[in-house]
Design a binder for this molecule. Structure first.
Ligand SMILES: [Zn+2]
Ligand SMILES: [Zn+2]
Length: 335
């Protein structure tokens, strides 16, 4: 089979790999769709710590597929369409026992620590299968839209941490795919949502997507937000979030910062005197993923509308180039 393999910074190579076979407890899935995420762009650039060396690993963690081979002892059948939640844990540490596999002491994930979905087939380790990450699909929503349940699950987790209600004014920094998914979830909660985004095209897209208002600069904002979600890797936006927030507001530093820019000077008196709740969330759990999946399958979040381009696996490098250019929201590879 063909697979996109990490051979070093700016060196994702298409290579021939044997089609994996399912050993006991494992499942092999034919990848129908896998979408490119900001994490994958960091991997490609050599900036991800799980890819510190040219490790020959296959990235790709946002996937939907069809079961192609089932190992002994697994209660799933060939031909079933599935979404696969990529994150799993050791199952023993404190975080895992609380159900927060995303905070596991030794977190594992397809496309990060294990071979992922930018390939024709992906083998699912038995721990992942046992932890319930393989979710059967009973509807006909297209697989590319289903793959986007993964980023949507991250967004749901982040949004929940902000306890958004219908009375809230919500400010979202950034109108990339993640920012737009935050708009959807906040709107579903009934909130009034404003997006702050410097790029004009993306501002227009956010309005079309359903934001109540857009601003290029937070100074244009009317009223202090009750929740602020920083969905852009911008230290300045983190600072502004604390300044703009209404008393009692909830803030999520949803986007990670580049490591060399992560030391940010913040006025912590704003947290104290305004009783701000400042939080962050990372990745997702199976519970987040099944909730996200339900929203997509019910048609409440139209993830297909985020997809700007689709490529065959053979053109995976073109897909990455387009995704890195910032000219497309979601780029999907359909092997
Ligand atoms: Zn992702
Ligand atoms: Zn663990």
């Amino acid at each position: 089979m063909q697979a996109l393999v990490y051979r070093g910074p700016e060196r994702l190579e298409l290579e021939e790999r044997p089609v994996p076979r399912a050993r006991p407890g494992e499942v092999v899935v034919h990848v129908d769709a896998s979408s490119i995420c900001g994490t994958d762009l960091r991997i490609a650039a050599g900036l991800h710590r799980a890819y510190a060396e040219p490790n020959g690993r296959i990235p790709g963690h946002e996937l939907a597929g069809t079961i192609a081979d089932v190992g002994r002892g697994v209660g799933l059948s060939e031909g079933a369409r599935v979404f696969v939640a990529p994150n799993y844990g050791c199952g023993r540490c404190r975080a895992c026992r609380r159900g927060a596999v995303n905070l596991c002491e030794t977190p594992r994930a397809l496309g990060i620590t294990d071979d992922g979905a930018f390939a024709e087939y992906v083998r699912l380790p038995h721990e992942l299968v046992e932890q319930g990450n393989v979710m059967r699909l009973e509807t006909n929503v297209e697989q590319a839209a289903v793959a986007l349940a993964e980023p949507l699950a991250c967004v749901l987790r982040g949004s929940r941490a902000c306890r958004i209600t219908a009375r809230d004014l919500v400010l979202v920094f950034g109108a990339g795919p993640i920012g737009l998914l935050h708009v959807s979830i906040a709107r579903l909660a009934g909130a009034h949502v404003v997006v702050c985004e410097p790029d004009e095209k993306r501002r227009r897209r956010a309005l079309d997507w359903g934001a109540d208002a857009v601003v290029a600069d937070p100074a244009e904002l009317n009223g202090a937000p009750d929740a602020v979600i920083v969905a852009a890797p911008a230290p300045e936006a983190q600072r502004q979030a604390l300044e703009l927030a209404a008393p009692g507001a909830r803030i999520n530093f949803f986007a990670g910062l580049p490591r060399d820019r992560a030391l940010v000077e913040l006025d912590t008196n704003l947290v104290h005197y305004k009783e701000l709740l400042v939080t962050g969330t990372t990745a997702n759990t199976n519970a987040d993923c099944s909730e996200a999946l339900a929203l997509i399958l019910d048609g409440r979040v139209d993830t297909a509308a985020l997809i700007d381009a689709r490529f065959e696996l053979a053109a995976a490098r073109d897909a990455f180039a387009l995704a890195a250019s910032g000219r497309a929201l979601k780029v999907v590879i359909e092997p």
